[in-house]
Design a protein. Sequence first.
Length: 194
Amino acid sequence: MTSAALILASASPRRRELLAQIGVRFDCQSADIDESVHDAERPAEYVSRLALEKARAVASEAADVWVLGSDTSVVCDQQILGKPGNKEDAVAMLLMLSGRRHQVLTAVALVQGERQRSLLVSTDVVFRVLCRSECEHYWETGEPWDKAGSYAIQGLGAVFVERIEGSYSAVVGLPLQETAQLLQQLGVPIWQRG
């Protein structure tokens, strides 16, 4: 039994930091789900399904508290760019994004017992033109290895971003404005101290 108003179904340090930033009291419990893309599944369907499955997996053990699941995907030409498997994979993804616009989709799902609410936020990100050597050097920093699309906008990868149109925090991993509104509608307080 938790004393917090919310359980975050994630092990992501970025999501923990973002939720704490808006003063939400929460506990964390990571969800172990299959993140494979289903046949003919569109990126928006995929990210929304994963957020909901994460929340449901944890909510099955905590019926009296809201559980927040979230998922973020980088999408270019309707192709989901996940975490790179190796250096070559990361460099190929970064060069695919080079000089182009892509979308970052972040879904948020809240589940409590049989009740559920969800939302999807799409942010356009435009990269400047990149060269292979800087993509390789970026890989050597260690930052891209566990990041969707092989970059972190809140980290060293910020130097690749020419501009964004939409929610910066959604690109990091949790759309704060939209999440705060949803939490307040469900009676989960924000701006709590201590």
